[in-house]
Design a protein around this ligand. Sequence first.
Ligand code: ADP
Ligand code: MG
Length: 248
Amino acid sequence: MIAVLRATKRYGAITALEDVSLEARRGTTHVLLGSSGSGKSTLLRAILGLVPLDAGDVVVDGLPVTPASRRRLVGQVGYVVQEGGLYPHLTARDNVALPADAVGWPRPRTAERLDALTALVGLDEGALGRYPSQLSGGQRQRVGLMRALVLDPPLLLLDEPLAALDPIVRADLQGELRRLFAALGKTVLLVTHDVREAVLLGATITLLHRGRVVQQGAFADLARRPAQPFVSEFLGAQAPPPELRELL
Ligand code: ADP
Ligand code: MG
């Protein structure tokens, strides 16, 4: 379980997070939704202990996380950074193996795990020997996901894992992630600015705006009982206009 309690983070005059609280329950997917600059990535980084908070607490599985204690999350949390974060000078295989090497897994164990993950995320086996620049966007995203999964952590933090993809590949991978999360029983905190993705993947949504929580709940709560006009504006801005909806 991930709990954030009244987190505040300022960068000089910019307030990246203001009094943010949330709970991601075990075995569920929680979506952080908001436009660019709303504080989503800062919140994930704070949960990982990569960003010191000015106020508030992060608690993962009952224990506080701070920059000083973040090492204990190794093996507990898989993280996919916003830009993919693959090392360009390493092959896909070596990128995925990094966390296993870091904790000293013997090579055969890592190789076996890589085989299982390749099948799990639906990566072409040939792709493993290539460098990130030789992979398609969808393959890079799969490789990033494999790396996050390699130590089989119970928690996954995914920062806009599909944002860089074209719409058709993205829709494909959204469906796959949905199945994967359900099958693996992971606790997932996923960042997106895409309302459709939030609806498809998120049991619970936290809508952020300028570092503050605007509303939390199921999509139906946000749609039917918006806490502020901003909620409807945000959800409505991405829906197709009425004259087009009839054609879809
Ligand atoms: P999002 O992921 O929702 O796009 P971020 O969490 O990246 O938003 O950023 C929230 C705000 O904090 C933005 O205004 C951003 O410019 C600012 N910010 C984030 N990280 C830093 C940093 N290291 N230094 C200064 N400002 C930052
Ligand atoms: Mg971000």
